[in-house]
Write a protein that binds this ligand. Structure first.
Ligand code: FNR
Length: 432
């Protein structure tokens, strides 16, 4: 008979642990808190959200061809599993620019999370911290970064920046991010203007104009100073007074810190939105502007929204520390290249000098595996965690993270890789 010492103790790993947790739960009559399938999860989330909130998250630019293309580009690659490679003990961790990832994905910066759940960024922060998955705070967050950071202990976080028309505001946001323990700045380049988003246009709905998603601004000392100026020069409210306009004002007053009535009387909330609209975007941004940011922080800076190899090379020449290959989840340029089609050329141009991350369309462990095989250091997860948030709050986000971690762990092991370092170009081949 085999003694304990002859039999190897089976290594479990996060994938099998999660599977058994679900199956054993089922044997007792318990089902996962939120659906494991992202499609069913999205349906559940949709029921929990307003039509406007759902459209804003789900939608993309134009005919939404790029949303579909992102998926198609992942599906054009096939994993080629290898056998007999002892994958009993697996290491899914990764390190990017000094930040530890328990599994090689981060939560993408997503604005206006209050449309999914009232705990918004704070719920996501708690879930990410509990699972050791970095959270990239959005510039358009629903909660000030200080509050979100407090919910995370020492867990890893980055800050995503939009370059507004005020360099002073840019500098202020960056220094707040440093004080909040963010260990990198992700500068998003692809949204100097909003893409042509048909679902939102048909609903005539933009959350920012309702005072949603501007918490990083209304908590910023530089923005607040400028706001006083706006208040002094504010024109009296123009246009016809309609019931809808009054409703919007009421909504605005409630979304700004402080009491609703005081905000209504002072016109502060209305002025904040006006000021935000005046400052948030800067279509004139160009390569030379990067020096300003480079001088203001010692944190690594990643450029998000890169799709052309020459732009990746230019980023390195301008002292940038990383690339995020992204088309903003198909929300900006309809017809834009799928990110997995853009990745190989960018990885080649970068030639290992800086880490390359990728997002837009990541929906499974297989997607993470394929991106790593083509040379990405990690990936970003977008809409799926927002669906988790809408369907189940903090627990819902946690489940989404745990499921994706488990899926990736099992995919990696079953493909014959015991660690992310073993995933290479020969782990995949083009379909067909
Ligand atoms: C985003 N994205 C985004 N990006 C960014 O840099 N700052 C932001 O504030 C936002 N806000 C935002 C809101 C919503 C509702 C969505 C869906 C997306 C883009 C995001 O970081 C990421 O690039 C995509 O979401 C990735 O695509 P998938 O995974 O959603 O397909």
């Amino acid at each position: 008979p085999m003694s304990d010492s002859d039999t190897e103790r089976p290594a479990v790993g996060i994938g099998r642990e999660r599977q058994f947790e679900v199956y054993v739960g089922g044997a007792r009559g318990a089902y996962p808190t939120v659906p494991v399938s992202f499609d069913r999860l999205e349906q559940r989330a949709r029921k929990a959200m307003t039509p406007e909130g759902y459209a804003y998250v789900a939608g993309g630019a134009g005919t939404e061809e790029t949303i579909r293309e992102n998926r198609a580009a992942f599906e054009r690659w096939r994993i080629v599993p290898r056998m007999l490679r002892d994958v009993s003990v697996r290491d899914t961790t990764a390190e990017v620019l000094g930040t530890r990832f328990s599994s090689p994905f981060a939560l993408c910066p997503i604005g206006v999370l209050e449309m999914a759940h009232r705990d918004a960024d704070v719920a996501v922060a708690r879930a990410a911290a509990a699972e050791g998955i970095p959270f990239i705070f959005s510039n358009q967050a629903s909660r000030p970064m200080e509050e979100t950071a407090r919910a995370m202990g020492r867990a890893p976080r980055w800050f995503q920046l939009y370059w507004s028309t005020s360099n002073e505001l840019v500098a202020s946001l960056v220094s707040r991010a440093e004080a909040c323990g963010c260990s990198a700045i992700v500068l998003t380049l692809d949204t100097t203007m909003l893409g042509w988003r048909i679902r939102d246009l048909d609903l005539a709905y933009l959350p920012f104009l309702r005072g949603k998603g501007i918490a990083q601004y209304t908590s910023d000392p530089v923005f607040l100073d400028a706001l006083q100026e706006t208040l002094r020069t504010a024109a009296p409210p123009g246009g016809r007074v309609t019931l809808a306009a009054l409703g919007t004002l009421w909504e605005l007053a409630g979304s700004y810190p402080g009491s609703r009535l005081t905000n209504l009387r002072s016109g502060l909330a209305r002025a904040a939105v006006r000021r935000f609209v005046e400052t948030y975007s800067r279509p004139s941004l160009s390569w030379d502007d990067l020096a300003f940011l480079r001088e203001r922080t010692r944190l690594p800076i990643l450029l998000k929204g890169i799709l052309h190899p020459a732009d990746a090379t230019a980023a390195i020449e301008h002292g940038m520390d990383g690339i995020v290959v992204s088309n903003h989840g198909g929300r900006q340029v309809d017809g834009a290249v799928g990110t997995m089609d853009a990745l190989p050329g960018i990885v080649e141009a970068v030639a290992g000098r800086v880490p390359v991350l990728i997002d837009s369309g990541v929906r499974s462990g297989a997607d993470i595996f394929r991106a790593l095989a083509l040379g990405a250091s990690a990936v970003g997860l977008g809409r799926p965690y927002v669906w988790g948030l809408a369907a189940g709050g903090e627990d819902g986000v946690r489940e989404v993270i745990r499921n994706l971690r488990a899926d990736f762990d099992l995919t990696m092991g079953l493909a014959g890789c015991a660690s992310v370092r073993e995933i290479g170009r020969d782990s995949v081949q083009p379909a067909g």
